[in-house]
Ligand binder design. Sequence first.
Ligand SMILES: [Zn+2]
Length: 753
Amino acid sequence: MLLEKGKNLPQFLDWVESLSGEVTARRFFPAREPQFAPWPELDGRLKDYFVASGMKGLFTHQEETFRLARAGKNVVVVTPTASGKTLCYTLPVLESIARDEASRALFLFPTKALSQDQLASLYETVTGCGIDVKTFTYDGDTPPAARSKIRAAGQVVITNPDMLHTAILPHHTKWIKLFENLRTVVIDELHSYRGIFGSHMANVLRRLKRICAFYGSDPTFICTSATIANPQELAEGLLGEPVEIVARSGAPLGERQVLLYNPPVVNRQLGIRRSSLLETSRIAGEALANGISTIVFTRSRINVELLLTYLRRELARRGIAPDRIAGYRGGYLPNERRAIERGLRSGELLGVVSTNALELGVDIGSLELAVLHGYPGSIASARQQMGRAGRRQGLSAAVLVASSLPLDQYLAYQPDTFFGGSPERARISPDNLYILVNHVKCGAFELPFCEGEPFGKRETEEILTYLEQQEVLHRAGGRYHWQADSFPAERLSLRSATSENYVILDVTETGRPVVIGEVDRPSAPMLIHPEAIYFHGGKSYQVMELDSEGMRCYVKEVDVDYYTDADLAVRLEVIDEFESDPDWGWGEVLLAARPTVYKKIRLNTHENVGYGHIHLGEEQMHTTACRLCLPEGLIPAWKEDEKSTALTGLAHLLRITAPLYLMCDRGDIQVHSLVKDPHFGRPTIYVVDNFPGGVGLAEGAWQARETLLDSAREALRACPCDDGCPACVGVLARGLGAKTATGQLIDALKAQR
Ligand SMILES: [Zn+2]
């Protein structure tokens, strides 16, 4: 059934602007013409295939990458979604195999789903050009029977870092063909390797290069990344080698418009706005009812289901078949997902509601509109989601509907942060001792270390001696050999800092408990104390019991409208300062935390609706922190309670905005304020890296200190409340002139710098 066209896209966008919420920005981006480069010298079969499939040439960025990779240079390609990034790395690989069939390539994708999609697309090219390239995915689902064939014959092996770490590197003797002939390593979605995951990845790559060197190969790395502030720096940090950057896209782009939409305020005192879920549903519903093909992104699975229900109801009400819109999320079966992708490409489906599962490479054709329910956690990710509605010709648009979360509210009023050069610097800390030592162990298991052998560029003598003392390694003939029984990679997760994790067991159903996740030891007091509400996969669970000895946490699924927030009794000891100015500094700290009480905070309104006591011991962690000490007599007229209110208010604001500039999740940092810090004797705020040893976040905060103060001021200003509310200055500081006092504090700090 064809729809009768109602509003077209520009009319629809005008309609959004007429709603009772506020369009805080509407930006227009002009169309861009394609930039072609002449065909490079290519294997005839490849060129014939590309010409036959209608290509006029390579886009300039594809040709540039090809040229650099062929010259043996490492490259990171940073161009927008749908700019033909895949060809940037498949072309050099196919060309290399066409010339020499012994040549091998390894493709690394951060997730399994993504590697499946890439396999499909690579197959298409390979089949089309008639070059016999044996391409396989190697992941947890690969049947044992197929594995030996892949090891021997796979010319392109598609896998993920976890498999490389646990299954390929430790068993390199079964992969001799691959390692002897490895010419190219492709790392897609490079920006996802940051923080803890990135710090591990850098070490996995050190191990990979060590094994390659052993077998006599020296591969070139081709990486792709979303737009972040420092793609080249990140790539060089991960690879430990110089990397060239290709950032200018030659792909054509249709005209685009992007709107930031903030739902209307319904309670000014508490700073409460109308539900962003309902506003998203209203906006997407109107678009779909007017025949505008739409993708809706939301953060949780449960919201996918809710939005889908609302939208189907709306379509039915307006006489359109409800099944023209589908849901898409992890947990759907692969064939269901493929059917949805096909439906979108063919236009049989008019729309889809998705979690970030669809954000990445999956081909769904070109849709007209993307509606984002809330900020997805990073600007890079928001841009990728918006890019899913993007066409090479004609107008497309994206609308971001801000949720009531403080960071959404901040960003709604920062269009320049959003549209300008990315403020997000991805950070890694490959030499974090906890991580490094574990990978040196894995490395020693794979190949004995020689005395004086570096690991990457890092000296190893001290670590090797330590491991010898621990009887993990055994020195003989100038080499350190693995001597423990265990298999070191198996116990080491690339997604956490220590191997000490609590296992979360769901005991909702009687019978066997089901493992639903893990929480690292330092986060446990905050997140999984008894009676805490633990969120996982869009569901809420209550902690029934925490077994600190057995490292187990038992939870039951519950339906509640609040979350819990633990108050910690915190001790911070400054052990060493690496850099400092009169007010700010960063260095090594010991953080000791004991949870005392927890508050129940109602979702959406952030009201405090109850509390309880917690009886747990102290957890200690050595890590890094950035601190801000208030100068003496900063505001002479201040009373003590004003000072402490302002301090708590500023700490809360930093907790909101810092994750944006540090490119991390909320839980990756802790922010603490002390009215009289024992070390400095002054009121002090600490931004603490929440991983043992630190993963670069404290240094990042130090470098971004001016920006952090500015962003705190902007977040405070953007909040619609009158005198401080839970969303800006937090629950503890509200009232008592909190907004004014906090604002004065920031201004005074800025003025004296
Ligand atoms: Zn407020």
